[in-house]
Ligand binder design. Sequence first.
Ligand SMILES: [Zn+2]
Length: 428
Amino acid sequence: MVQLLLLIAGSFVVAWVWALAANHWAMRAWRKTADEHWTQRARALFPARAGAGLQLVLIPTILALAESRFILHGYGWPTAAMAATACAGVLLANRRMGQQIYGRARPFSRAPLFSFVRILALSPWILLIAGIFAMPSDLGPDTFLAAAGILLWFLLLTLGTWWQILYRLGLLRDADQQLRARINTLAAQMNVRVRRVWIFESWMANGYASPITREVLLTSALCEKLPPTELMAVCAHELAHLGESRWVKFRRHTAFLAFYPLVFANPIAASFPIGELLAIVWAALALLALVLSQRMARRMEVRADSCAAENAADQATYARALERIYQINLIPAVMSGRRRIHPHLYDRMLAAGVTPDYPRPLPPRHFTAATWIQLALLFLLAMHVHSSVTISVSSKPQWITPSGGHQGAQQQQPERHGTKQGPKEFHI
Ligand SMILES: [Zn+2]
């Protein structure tokens, strides 16, 4: 048990130091651009920041798999505990990276809550993916209960519980009366109804809209750093999302609903002769629904941009507001890839009638060498674990008991539910 606790605590320290070193290495190109135009700084920073986000998954997975495979020789709850503490270590290192970029620290006591916000936003998808892979092969009451729980959580968040959770945690506050009155006037001018305006404490300048619940969220940095006319232009963009048709609002969530039936993929694949084929065909259709909903979301961004430019004091005001936001957040003016929901800043400014006073920057790289090395490490480890699991399933797999000891497969073997590959619990 002591060994387990040491490993769990050690995972935090190793992940923290590892992520600090990886971030430091990945940010070296950014550090060299201190005197360059902000678009070049943003371009140099992008792959380091993308890598830091990916490390939240990569480092905990690598550490938990390696420790379970090479030290504990088994997988169980300690694997999850080691991954969780490693994740906390990476979060702490990434927080340091944020301080280096933006030059100021958020109140420490609130730091875990900001990470919680990100996890909360992704939680329906995390639950769905976990449900798809962890669902047992037989259709019992537990299967339906778990599936219903995932759908209920998605509906609750979609219908506004998400904002209430943030409000109860003290991360949201109502906009002051003056700002609220100006937004109400703008909403009336745009013929849109807005139910509530929230302020979210953040050093990133941004605005969000919840079309279904008719709520708008502005970050504190946006309200503090943008001149009033530019702030109203950004609000016009968010209000334009509230004015979308009901059909569009529904289609924004079709991707999740299309993937949702796959939560029954395991039992269907095990129960019907063509079950596996059915699940693959459904996954392909869901992927198509995801692509279509992304395209629609992009069209809605272009529409909201055009509404914002129309309702701003003058067209250039909206373009300047966008540029200021990207500059504050150090987001590249031209991103890599063409399938992003928001058009590139450079194109958004051109569409608003303003030609930026700098040449069109090249898109940034996707990842730094640090991220590629970690991806390769995870791939090699996964291959090794997969091959050793296949061998151990056919001989005598090891399970970690709650007391930390090991038992042979004959003593504590879970039901196999008739699957061909052995118990699910061997696949992390
Ligand atoms: Zn938008």
